[in-house]
Design a binder for this molecule. Structure first.
Ligand code: ZN
Ligand code: ZN
Length: 373
């Protein structure tokens, strides 16, 4: 587990800096990031505890111990609980244990996973009424935002697979099919190229439905003259893809072309603004200004982009108010859009990564208007 031990070390450095005695994680991308254990959250508690010094522990249902490799069990102290035991009591005991570099006595400062069911967090809080609680994102977000070489490679590969799936979808054509049928074909296309569609149904927003950025696919039949917003992701060794392209079925109208070129220019302006040290809000502003100047500002109703990694949406967020400066190897989406109610929507979404010189796109799919069948 040397790959993960480096992350424990970095997390522990941050914990000592912030006076945090222990981090407790539940099944989530955080747990996978810190241990490679891809457990799903269920009503049976699984918890990973990392003290400020010393090795981590995993609280796990006893009958799930067999899922953990001998290598894992050698590096992470596994504490099992039987069906009739109380796993939160066991976890609170571990969190209370002195040593661990934190204060041996006095008020414990525990950082609990941003993604933990409230029944577990409230239970732990009731068992440790004197502890101070913070979100574990304080420790983990700065680590997870900056991708290492392996993570960047997996994100780039995920994006390549998504583009391949999108090409298959376009070849099959859209006219005469329902949004739901296209979405089903998109699930098959992702499976065919080896991208796991779990967790991303895919958005097929045709005609006026494209004006709802998070449209729920319907039985609307796609026809010539429709614009179609297609947005989907997928998993590749835990890392997420995310791409949006907007197509036109048959020849495009002047208005569609005008909006499309505005969104394409906004996507390019945001990309051009990316460099180490630039704030997240300045990237949003760079894209938004282009759309506002074209007179469509009120129809760009969401942030410009979101970080991407083990979670499809994660920090950093490109949004007004976020003064976080970008750093090399942060990876996020560049996805401006314009949504005209009752008419159509346009969104163009790439995944980009910050480099010393500026930025690089992990998405290479053409951004020019594409007329499809
Ligand atoms: Zn996105
Ligand atoms: Zn997307």
């Amino acid at each position: 587990m040397p790959y993960y031990a480096q992350r424990w070390q970095r997390a522990q450095d941050a914990m000592r800096r912030d006076g945090i005695d222990a981090v407790v994680l539940a099944p989530s991308a955080d747990l996978y990031y810190m241990s490679g254990y891809a457990a799903k959250p269920t009503e049976r508690f699984t918890g990973f505890v990392l003290p400020a010094a010393g090795g981590p522990s995993l609280v796990t249902p006893a009958f799930e111990l067999a899922r953990l490799s001998t290598e894992f069990q050698a590096a992470v102290r596994c504490r099992t609980w039987a069906e009739t035991d109380d796993p939160l009591r066991l976890t609170a005991e571990i969190l209370r244990a002195p040593g661990g570099g934190g204060r041996a006595s006095g008020r414990r400062h525990i950082a609990a996973a941003n993604q933990m069911w409230s029944e577990f967090l409230l239970g732990l809080q009731a068992l440790m009424p004197d502890a101070k609680w913070s979100p574990a994102g304080l420790v983990l977000t700065p680590l997870r935002m900056v991708k290492d070489d392996t993570e960047r490679r997996l994100l780039a590969e995920a994006q390549v697979l998504a583009e391949e799936a999108l090409r298959h979808l376009i070849e099959a054509g859209f006219a005469g099919k329902t949004e739901r049928a296209v979405a089903a074909a998109l699930v098959d296309a992702r499976r065919a190229v080896g991208l796991d569609p779990t967790g991303s149904a895919g958005i097929i927003g045709s005609g006026p439905n494209g004006a709802s950025p998070h449209h729920m696919n319907s039985d609307r039949v796609i026809a010539r003259g429709d614009a179609i917003v297609i947005d989907f992701g997928g998993g590749h060794h835990g890392y997420r893809a995310d791409i949006t392209r907007t197509f036109h079925v048959g020849p495009a109208t002047g208005e569609f072309t005008r909006v499309y070129e505005t969104v394409r220019a906004a996507n390019a302006a945001a990309f051009d603004a990316i460099r180490p040290g630039a704030t997240c809000q300045s990237i949003d502003a760079a894209g938004r200004t282009v759309i506002e100047r074209a007179g469509y500002g009120e129809y760009f109703t969401h942030r410009l982009g979101h970080g991407i990694g083990l979670d499809g949406h994660e920090p950093p967020y490109m949004i007004a108010g976020n003064t976080l400066p970008l750093a090399v190897d942060m990876t996020f989406t560049d996805e401006p859009g314009v949504y005209l109610p009752g008419n159509f929507g346009v969104r163009i979404e790439d995944v980009v990564t910050v480099t010393a010189a500026g930025a690089e796109r992990l998405t290479s799919f053409p951004r020019e208007i594409m007329i499809v069948d």
